[in-house]
Design a protein around this ligand. Structure first.
Ligand SMILES: [Cu+2]
Length: 154
């Protein structure tokens, strides 16, 4: 009676193999592929620039129309040098960093603070490709700024 037992085991083994292969294919097409397509490979020097961050100050009194607000207001940062940008709210009013038009970085995704940046809080964004982004403060649309991300010259 060893023949039926081994053919039974063979059948189970075959089914397990098919299930395993199907699972692999499903995983590859549903999870691995979209993930690898969505996240381009980015140079390590861009992911970890020389400077920990580039600071843009939302200065005290920024809420008042006519005052300085985002300082520096139209800086250029360079990939691999200071492309990780941090906005800090030093005003006593909540502000936002909101792109004028919906804007995304291929690696980091949508640009813009989610909700408001409370006084003393920060918003940080890693730019990984050359781009120019105009932004404003949603509650105070007279507050505007622009950031240019350029390629390092080196
Ligand atoms: Cu504001």
């Amino acid at each position: 009676m060893s023949a039926p037992a081994s053919s039974h085991a063979y059948g189970i083994g075959l089914i397990a193999l098919i299930v395993g292969m199907s699972a692999t294919v499903v995983f590859y097409t549903s999870f691995y592929l979209p993930e690898s397509l969505a996240r381009p490979s980015v140079s390590d020097h861009i992911l970890h620039p020389e400077e920990e961050f580039f600071l843009i100050d939302i200065v005290p009194g920024a809420v008042i129309e006519g005052n300085e607000n985002y300082v520096p207001n139209k800086p250029e940062v360079l990939l691999t040098i200071n492309n990780n940008v941090r906005w800090i709210n030093n005003d006593d009013t909540a502000h936002t960093v909101t792109p004028d038009h919906r804007h995304a970085d291929a690696y980091s995704g949508d640009f813009g603070s989610s909700g408001v940046i409370m006084p003393g809080e920060e918003y940080e964004f890693l730019f990984t490709e050359p781009q120019v982004v105009s932004y404003h403060c949603q509650p105070h649309p007279w507050m505007t700024g622009e950031i240019t991300v350029g390629k390092s010259r080196f």
